[in-house]
Design a protein around this ligand. Structure first.
Ligand SMILES: Cc1cc2nc3c(=O)[nH]c(=O)nc-3n(C[C@H](O)[C@H](O)[C@H](O)COP(=O)(O)OP(=O)(O)OC[C@H]3O[C@@H](n4cnc5c(N)ncnc54)[C@H](O)[C@@H]3O)c2cc1C
Length: 294
């Protein structure tokens, strides 16, 4: 039996970079403004930078209202002064997500930057696949059968009686991934063999490999796992979390929105603390806020 398909059931979301402030330069600016006594009560650079940028609009460093940074940012959200929260930037690495998820993700344009694993440079012959949440139990059942009988999902029908409709559906999903992987490798090898043996430069060899992989990847499924580095500002992240934490969003991207919200609420509570997660009957958890699309 060929190596089993690696099935991924959960995304991994890592906040790998965040805002920093050059305190010396900020102090020099405040001194120029005769506002060197201004301080704020947050230790979170993202929250502080938003307050600094908001206060520049009205030169309000000298007369802060009570309530500190939390009250200040809450007011920004309340009045929808969204451009101010664009100054806080976060960097995430997300792994264990599907190409269908990233295709939806890159539709978010304003305030986002992306770097995604290339299917032209990287061989997908050891394809990992992200199982959609709705099929997770089925695939799990089928996977245990393949392990029990030591066969591929494709061969499972010949070897064992499939005990349930769920296992049958899972087997079909797995067999489809196995077939895609076989076809991908076959086509990549075939295309590489067409030009094998010809003396070429290293640069030309790389280009040919790219040409073979870019054509072979056309048979890869939406479920193919990928990795993406995303940078976004707080305003863009808020819009994403709202749109993708909603009941109408795709189940896989919803999971990522929930994971990001948890991370951001722990990291910058004054910028993301207004979101609440509630259970909606028949839907499951949804994310909502009184400050829609700031
Ligand atoms: C549940 C759901 C279902 C979806 N289904 C589909 C679908 O079937 N097909 C499909 O193609 N997409 C679909 N989408 C994607 C959707 O249409 C948006 O492309 C995506 O959600 C990004 O939203 P956005 O444009 O508001 O975000 P961003 O691109 O991040 O923009 C943020 C905001 O900036 C402003 N903005 C950005 N660009 C411009 C501009 N060029 N001109 C003026 N204002 C601008 C707008 O106010 C915008 O809301 C779906 C999204 C969701 C959440």
């Amino acid at each position: 039996m060929s190596d089993p398909i690696k099935v991924i059931t959960e995304p991994t979301v890592r906040l790998v970079g965040r805002q920093v402030i050059d305190e010396a330069e900020l102090s020099a600016f405040l001194k120029d403004e005769d506002a060197e006594t201004w301080t704020t009560d947050t230790d979170v650079s993202a929250e502080k930078i938003v307050e600094v940028s908001g206060r520049i609009c009205y030169r309000s460093y000298s007369k802060p209202r009570p309530g500190g940074n939390a009250a200040y940012l809450n007011h920004i959200l309340e009045v929808g002064h969204g451009s101010v929260i664009e100054h806080a930037v976060y960097n995430f690495i997300i792994t264990g997500v599907s190409r269908s998820l990233t295709h939806e993700w890159v539709r978010h344009r304003a305030g986002w930057s992306y770097s995604q694993r290339s299917q032209r440079f990287i061989d997908e012959g050891d394809l990992s696949a992200v199982v959609p949440p709705a099929l997770a139990a089925e695939v799990d059942e089928a996977l245990s059968l393949t392990r029990q009988f030591g066969v591929s999902a494709h061969d499972l029908l010949q070897t064992a009686r499939i005990p349930s409709a769920a296992a049958g559906a899972g087997r079909r999903w797995l067999a489809s991934m196995e077939k895609a992987r076989r076809d991908y490798s076959y086509l990549a090898d075939y295309l590489a063999s067409k030009t094998a043996g010809q003396p070429v430069s290293q640069e030309e060899r790389t280009l040919r490999r790219k040409r073979a992989r870019e054509a072979a990847r056309s048979v890869l499924p939406n479920a193919t796992a990928t990795e993406i580095f995303v940078t976004a500002n707080a305003r863009a992240l808020r819009t994403f979390i709202e749109q993708r934490g909603d009941e109408h969003a795709d189940a896989e991207i919803r999971r990522v929105a929930f994971a990001m919200l948890g991370i951001l609420q722990a990291d910058s509570p004054n910028l993301f603390g207004d979101y609440v997660v509630t259970d909606r009957p028949g839907v499951g958890q949804v994310i909502s806020t009184p400050y829609h699309k700031v």
